[in-house]
Design a protein around this ligand. Structure first.
Ligand code: SF4
Ligand code: SF4
Length: 363
């Protein structure tokens, strides 16, 4: 496997460009994959002014000698057009290449577009694949390497063709929304929302579009499973989406559609939150402490259970164990302990040897 990259390759000048020419001429002698980063500017606009937007290498123009122009930069769009058809696969990486991204935002001067827009709906690589899209601004690195690896395994006949969605995204990476994997989704559900950057709650009211955006960065992390937008405190601005950036700006405003769902989760969350707090109090007590009605913590005073809470817990436990076996011994086995008479009276929680010198007389 050989990587030809304008920055990472060791070769420069003609030595660097030659394999590209060989690939175009069909003399490379090996299958190749095109990986294209960045949007494709409309070179016709630049040509009208005698220039170019983005180029790599030079074309010899023998007929231009009279004008003193013997070479002309080859636009990268031209390379893409020449190379894509003969490629085993053409992969667009990053939102500029997959959907046009920021360079193709409304009002741009370059007429920039995505690889898919440039090559058209009918495009198929030599192995019959449409453009594969791995969006993100910047794209998540593991999403890229994992997809390239899966495609290479397929091209080598060592694995199945990975599943792609109708836009050519790796389906297993982009089929869920940011919100579905967000580490702040619990706050959203309980109706708790951040008002300022740096607040720990859900960021929807300061501009997060996560509920409608396909991206796995919070689940996967940005680098080495660490970071990711919400983990770092940033609202989702939908950088992986075809509608980015125009459909999601201004980035600092709450998405209009969020008003309905946040109002609803505020209402239900207010009730659910309070009920969960009660359950949380219950879960924060050992069963032993409940029996002894005492919490031996040296860190602070833990409130005793109120009669109302005890009553609620009684019914809660009844419901919890409905149709299931309750922890502990069955009726009639209370005095048995691993097949023998069990020590400790009147219950395991008050073992007389432990209770020696116990401050309260709870025996
Ligand atoms: S921060 Fe965004 S993605 Fe996370 S829970 Fe809130 S709305 Fe959903
Ligand atoms: S969470 Fe949103 S802003 Fe962050 S990488 Fe994913 S799509 Fe882009």
């Amino acid at each position: 496997l050989i990587l030809h990259h304008p920055v990472l390759s060791v070769e420069a000048g003609d030595a660097f460009i030659q394999p590209f020419r060989d690939a175009v001429n069909g003399t490379l002698g090996a299958p190749y994959v095109v990986i294209y980063e960045g949007s494709v500017a409309d070179e016709r606009i630049a040509q009208r002014h005698g220039g170019y937007w983005c180029a790599m290498g030079m074309n010899l123009i023998p007929e231009g000698q009279e004008k003193g122009e013997t070479v002309h930069p080859v636009p990268t769009a031209e390379w893409l057009r020449r190379l894509a058809e003969g490629s085993a696969a053409t992969i667009a990486i990053g939102t500029c290449a997959t959907w046009g991204g920021i360079p193709s935002a409304d009002g741009n001067p370059t007429g920039a577009m995505s690889v898919m827009d440039f090559l058209g709906k009918e495009f198929r690589s030599a192995f019959g694949l449409p453009v594969i899209n791995i969006p993100g601004c910047a794209p998540q690195g593991d999403n890229f390497t994992e997809t390239v690896f899966a495609v290479l395994l397929f091209l080598q006949g060592l694995g199945p063709l990975p599943t792609f969605d109708e836009l050519g995204r790796p389906a297993w990476l982009f089929n869920e929304t940011v919100h579905q994997g967000c580490n702040r989704a619990g706050y959203y559900e309980e109706g708790l929302f951040a008002h300022h950057y740096g607040d720990p709650e859900c960021l929807v009211e300061i501009g997060c579009w996560g509920p409608v955006v396909n991206c796995n960065i919070v689940k996967r992390g940005a680098i080495n499973h660490l970071g990711g937008c919400m983990a770092a405190g940033g609202p989702c601005i939908a950088c992986t989406m075809p509608g980015f950036p125009d459909k999601f700006s201004p980035f600092y405003k709450a998405p209009p559609g969020g008003i309905l769902s946040t109002t609803m989760s505020r209402g239900t969350g207010a009730v659910i939150r309070r009920l969960r707090r009660l359950s949380n109090k219950h879960a924060n007590r050992e069963v032993r402490w409940d029996k002894l009605e005492h919490v031996p913590s040296g860190w602070g005073h833990v409130e005793a259970q109120t009669p109302g809470l005890k009553l609620m817990e009684f019914f809660y436990k009844k419901w919890q164990h409905w149709g299931a076996r309750k922890p502990g011994r069955r009726a009639g086995e209370e005095e048995r302990f691993w097949g023998v008479e069990r020590p400790g009276v009147p219950s395991d929680y008050i073992d007389s040897s432990v209770a020696e010198g116990y401050p309260d007389d709870r025996r």
